[in-house]
Design a protein around this ligand. Sequence first.
Ligand SMILES: C[S@@+](CC[C@H](N)C(=O)[O-])C[C@H]1O[C@@H](n2cnc3c(N)ncnc32)[C@H](O)[C@@H]1O
Length: 280
Amino acid sequence: MVKQKEKLKQRIVATLRALGILGTAEGVKFALAWCRSRADNAAYAAENPAFARPPAYGMFEAYSYTSYRAYVASGDETAAFIEGLVRRHLSLSLPVVAEWGCGLGRIVKPLRQRTGWSVAGFDYNAASVAWCGRNIQGAAFLENGLYPPLPCADGAFDVLYCISVFTHLPEDLHMAWITEIARVLKPGGILIASFHSRNVADRLLDGEAAQFNAGNMVVRGNVRVGGRLFVAYHPSTFIKNRLLQGFEVLEVVENPVSSMTQTVYVARLSSPGPVDPQRK
Ligand SMILES: C[S@@+](CC[C@H](N)C(=O)[O-])C[C@H]1O[C@@H](n2cnc3c(N)ncnc32)[C@H](O)[C@@H]1O
């Protein structure tokens, strides 16, 4: 029954996407989410007068909710999870860390606060980067384009993490960005990246499931590339054998925190220098 409901939902979304009106439907969803969270957001802001309130539409665009409490709680638990992975796989006491696709600094802020590490956030959304720069102290925020490069030197970071970013990009951008990530990581540096990989069977429609099971990415577009509505699903063979060539996979974590059902890969850059973007 639950599976049937999910498939029906996916069919409706596919139809709206094909008609080019998914964005309009999302506008309605945003209005409903905003109404639902308004009273609790006001209460949260009153309880926490120093809290920098993220813009409602920016939150919805990145996270599909508009709740301050969800932004803070999910950011805290994800930052704790990232900290644990870094400590487990790197022996540095003060690693230099980047988040690519940092959105409204949901993770950067608590990660910086709990560790004191040097953390930089990058995003292609100029408004998010500007908001983070004005409202989050102790971290650098920089804008990049949809395509590489990141505005930083080769080998600038010990760790780069990206949560729910590859999940919104087409295949050519996966290859371009993994090459760029290899450039900005130090040799032996760590990549932490999340994917829609396991437990996606219920969401895939018939043709998509065949494509996925054959080891190919499934991409749902017809909306702005890099936005939340642009969705990519990643078979594990694609991640391990194609995307992460040149990296050694150290750990794979399913459903890492209560607020995220994606699969997280932790991988060490094993061959220094950029990876060939043309490889298939
Ligand atoms: C689902 S949100 C996740 C935000 C953040 N990682 C988090 O978990 O709180 C995806 C983010 O990736 C950003 N993004 C998408 N494509 C990007 C690109 N090519 N370069 C940088 N950021 C990108 C979006 O602007 C958005 O902020």
